[in-house]
Design a protein around this ligand. Structure first.
Ligand SMILES: *[C@@H]1O[C@H](CO)[C@@H](O)[C@H](O)[C@H]1NC(C)=O
Ligand SMILES: *[C@@H]1O[C@H](CO)[C@@H](O)[C@H](O)[C@H]1NC(C)=O
Ligand SMILES: *[C@@H]1O[C@H](CO)[C@@H](O)[C@H](O)[C@H]1NC(C)=O
Ligand SMILES: *[C@@H]1O[C@H](CO)[C@@H](O)[C@H](O)[C@H]1NC(C)=O
Ligand SMILES: *[C@@H]1O[C@H](CO)[C@@H](O)[C@H](O)[C@H]1NC(C)=O
Ligand SMILES: *[C@@H]1O[C@H](CO)[C@@H](O)[C@H](O)[C@H]1NC(C)=O
Ligand SMILES: *[C@@H]1O[C@H](CO)[C@@H](O)[C@H](O)[C@H]1NC(C)=O
Length: 421
């Protein structure tokens, strides 16, 4: 049991080893060799974990859950921001409590992944729940579950990506649990490919596991990324959905060979003679380009590209060297700025989004959450994603987000984004 937890926890592990390194490296340059070796070593640890059964571990929580209560009346909920307001530039301000955040608890929401159930595992402070995101040019309305379900009646939404896509979807299910619990109508027993139906609103939500978005294949400790072949695990399922939220970033830090047209064209931390280390900046860019091109070729709904969740919140060490995120309040906007790997990956996403949009028939929206989340080092599970256990080494999680927690803002933003122009 303890071992399982350790494995499952590390399954979705990040690239935090990169943090230090990144601050020393200029955006275009390849990392220096000692860092490469460090990252390679960590990468080996990362890929050891292949256990996925806890992806949607919700059944156990059901028993203790209350049935949904009726939606809370809030005069500020469910509104629409003025056209032209940039939702993604702003600051976190103390929540006056007008709408009663947090929106849900681990009792009202049965969909919280164990490792993000921070209060269950003893997180002592609650202050991280009492902030709201205020865009510079307008107010972001509170999440109104009833309005959301009403607005998207008969519609379907797909999340595609890694465990942060799952974190996002579980936040949305928790927010909606005020009004309705979904029925699991998944076609496969694999929880990474779940489909949920909100029967009384005929709203469908699904998740497709594809951490690289392109075909990927693990051989030994190394991933083989087919950078010019979209991953059919999601692409084949997407037509017919109205909205798709695409995201990917963290897994590109793992050691990988890059394959194009069936040939090895380079790698990230492979240390194979004759194979150029093109760095993860190359694989992330090419994979995203391939995914967006393929998607816009088969899909005529709304494409949302969510930018990366910061990889840089570990302090005091790397993820496996005692690094942790113990802050209890957000940064002010002048206390941090996007840098290093976060900045590089973000730049790639913004550029590839713009490139795809020019050519796309689909409606495309960039969900640019990185800057807002960069200010929330206080929103991660840290060591409260599990009980302390003396027999196994469990790492601090500064990558995923507690539920409830700041990630709930992604759905306040998503609601605004999905509303038709
Ligand atoms: C919600 O509150 C507002 C202001 O207090 C009130 O005018 C409105 O009737 C309420 N709506 C519902 C559905 O209770
Ligand atoms: C919910 O969190 C509380 C602490 O606030 C904890 O005691 C309880 O076990 C948790 N319940 C569930 C179902 O996760
Ligand atoms: C539910 O929505 C789907 C589209 O997502 C539509 O095809 C179907 O007819 C709807 N079902 C009902 C019962 O309204
Ligand atoms: C995965 O990699 C192995 C060995 O590198 C190869 O034989 C196999 O065909 C690959 N599978 C896919 C689906 O690419
Ligand atoms: C979108 O594509 C579907 C088939 O994938 C088609 O039924 C539908 O009419 C298309 N909608 C528009 C607006 O082109
Ligand atoms: C950030 O700005 C606040 C005022 O908004 C100021 O009080 C504080 O000293 C600034 N901090 C830094 C690190 O510049
Ligand atoms: C942890 O280790 C101690 C001492 O080695 C042992 O007595 C105990 O049973 C172990 N606990 C678990 C849950 O494995």
């Amino acid at each position: 049991m303890q071992l399982l937890l350790a494995v499952a926890t590390s399954e979705f592990w990040p690239n935090n080893p990169m943090r230090r390194l990144i601050q020393r490296v200029s955006p275009a340059a390849a990392p220096p060799l000692p860092s490469l070796l460090l990252v390679a070593a960590v990468g080996v640890l990362l890929v050891l974990a292949a256990h996925r059964s806890s992806f949607f571990d919700t059944t156990s929580a059901w028993s203790g859950a209350r049935r949904p209560s009726r939606a809370r009346n809030s005069t500020t909920a469910g509104g629409r921001v003025p056209k032209g307001c940039d939702l993604f530039r702003g600051e976190w301000v103390p929540d006056g409590g007008g709408g009663g955040a947090p929106y849900y608890t681990n009792r009202s929401c049965p969909h919280i992944q164990e490792h993000q159930n921070c209060l269950k595992y003893g997180r002592p402070d609650r202050g991280f729940l009492r902030w709201r995101w205020r865009p510079a040019g307008c107010d972001l309305p509170r999440f109104d579950a009833a309005a959301f379900l009403r607005s998207f009646r008969g519609r379907s939404l797909a999340f595609v990506g890694d465990s942060l896509a799952r974190n996002h979807m579980q936040s949305l299910m928790c927010l909606l649990s005020k009004v309705e619990y979904p029925k699991d109508i998944s076609k496969t027993p694999h929880s990474e490919f779940s489909t949920m139906l909100y029967e009384s609103h005929n709203f469908t939500m699904a998740i497709f596991w594809s951490p690289f978005l392109v075909k990927a294949n693990k051989s030994g400790d190394q991933w083989h990324l087919h950078l010019d072949e979209p991953d059919d695990a999601w692409l084949a399922g997407i037509p017919g959905f109205d909205y798709v939220v695409l995201s990917a970033a963290n897994w590109f830090t793992r050691p990988s060979m890059f394959i194009e047209a069936g040939r090895v064209v380079g790698c990230h931390i492979c240390l194979v003679p004759g194979v150029a280390d093109l760095t993860l900046r190359y694989s992330q860019r090419m994979a995203l380009r391939t995914a967006l091109r393929a998607l816009t070729g088969v899909f005529n709904g709304t494409v949302v590209l969510r930018t990366l969740s910061p990889t840089s919140h570990f302090e005091g060490g790397e993820w496996d060297k005692g690094g942790d995120c113990r802050r209890t309040r957000p940064y002010a906007a002048n206390e941090t700025r996007m840098a290093g790997l976060d900045l590089d990956m973000h730049t790639v996403q913004v550029e590839e989004f713009a490139r795809a949009k020019v050519a796309a028939a689909a409606r495309m929206v960039l969900m640019d959450t990185t800057a807002a989340m960069l200010l929330r080092p206080d929103g991660h599970p840290s060591r409260y994603g599990h009980w302390a256990n003396q027999n196994v080494t469990l790492y601090n999680d500064c990558v995923h987000w507690c539920l409830p927690g700041p990630i709930d803002v992604w759905n306040e933003m998503l609601f605004q984004i999905l509303l038709p122009d």
